[in-house]
Design a protein around this ligand. Sequence first.
Ligand SMILES: Nc1ncnc2c1ncn2[C@@H]1O[C@H](COP(=O)(O)OP(=O)(O)OP(=O)(O)O)[C@@H](O)[C@H]1O
Length: 261
Amino acid sequence: MENLIEIKGVKHAYKTASGPLEVLDGLDVTVPEGTFAAVVGPSGCGKSTLTRLVAGLMAPDEGEVWLHGERVKGPRNTVGMAFQNPVLLEWRTILDNVILPLEIVAPRMPRKDREARAMELLEMVGLVGFENKRPSELSGGMRQRASLCRSLVHKPDVLIMDEPFGALDAFTREDLWQTMRDLRAAEPFTAVLITHDLRESVFLGDQVIVLSGRPARTQFVMDVDLPDDRNLDVLFTPKAADMLHVLRDQIKIAQGREVEH
Ligand SMILES: Nc1ncnc2c1ncn2[C@@H]1O[C@H](COP(=O)(O)OP(=O)(O)OP(=O)(O)O)[C@@H](O)[C@H]1O
């Protein structure tokens, strides 16, 4: 399997009024094509910075970021992004919000084909019947579903998500995990998910990458050896409990806290 994302020896510091703030110091991440990488780590360690590097929104001071065998040198439209706050445009309907990336990436695509593509995704996430509503008429969970459709409508090589489910209540979040699983099954894509939720990382990830405290390096990588078509019950199995335990200990280590057993 080809590596779709390769981050090698990345170091980065932000310039601040009080001097450089070292954020990344030895980041190594490999994401094979078609797989899902969940990234966890202490608050403020540099997880969002990692997403900006992959999206080409900034360049690292040192090290390399590769996407599909090409060195990342700037933003590219083969990357889809989703954030905690969906930022849908209120003056557009849900359908027109989802279509938006196609207007930029495929300006010559006929309107009916754009609509058909958007409706295909809206159907997968259970939003048929809401396509003519405005974003404010939808619940937070529905808006995030629409946002995921918008991120995937132009079939990006990679979907980068920065805590997309963070603002949702626990039940809605679990529904969205299953939606994400079903979207991947229907239309495989490569994904990087930043999350604070270890259960989410195990449910969705093929690998979970634990970053150390700032400046962050890759501290630990776990291969999630659970079935691809996993359902929520899998989180209650001894195997998943063991994985969550290991990850919890790794987070404590990253935070510089003691691991008690
Ligand atoms: N443009 C910037 N200029 C200066 N400092 C920045 C900039 N962006 C982020 N930082 C700082 O860099 C550090 C890492 O930020 P980043 O957002 O990557 O962390 P994070 O792990 O995503 O945080 P959280 O878990 O709280 O969402 C933080 O201390 C943040 O304040």
